[in-house]
Design a protein around this ligand. Sequence first.
Ligand SMILES: Nc1ncnc2c1ncn2[C@@H]1O[C@H](COP(=O)(O)OP(=O)(O)OP(=O)(O)O)[C@@H](O)[C@H]1O
Length: 213
Amino acid sequence: MSEPMLKAVNLQCERGDRILFQGLDVSIVPGTVTRVEGPNGAGKTTLLRILAGLNDSYSGEVLWCGEPRAWHREAFHRNLLYIGHRPGIKPLLTPLENLRSLTSVRRPLSDESLCQALDGTGLHGYHHAQCRSLSAGQQRRVALARLLVSDEPLWILDEAFTALDYHGVAGLEQLLSDHAASGGAVVITTHHDLDLPGMHRLRLGAGEASHEL
Ligand SMILES: Nc1ncnc2c1ncn2[C@@H]1O[C@H](COP(=O)(O)OP(=O)(O)OP(=O)(O)O)[C@@H](O)[C@H]1O
């Protein structure tokens, strides 16, 4: 098996007077999809943000390619695509403008490539519409178009399936599988019933699930 690209050792995180997790070890290996599972409030988003280097309210060690991530912060962020649970789309911009602005900091791409990515997420005919006029699922697709132009090996995706229809779900599942098959790694949370062949599972808050609503 390959060496982990991202590893967390003995992670602990508290929120208020509640320990979300402790003694948690995470190993993210190339070629894998890891689903972080748990009930609402278990700490999935918190863990993903810690793994993505966006939250430093934790104790424990995070390693990138076997060395402390703090030594390689720039390389780590260059190799990471993080998409949070909100689509992060600017409502007054079009899908093309949003995708251009989301990708240009790292790697300017031609409009032709960006339009192909939007088409690949089913947004053909919507490239120039203001995003505020798009549905929730279409806005999610704008955010997910980043995956189609990504050259980052590590994807950390929080609730990426939210608002997607049947075909959107199938398309995203295929993208995740293809990314892993080509040597990338995915860490994902979802309340959708994701069950890819060989998928790793990491359960948080076991036994704390509340089914009351
Ligand atoms: N910035 C914060 N300050 C204080 N507490 C927080 C903060 N962010 C999250 N929490 C708390 O941490 C706990 C875990 O939140 P988190 O968003 O990680 O859960 P989750 O497993 O992703 O939940 P969900 O399935 O509902 O998205 C919650 O009880 C939440 O109230």
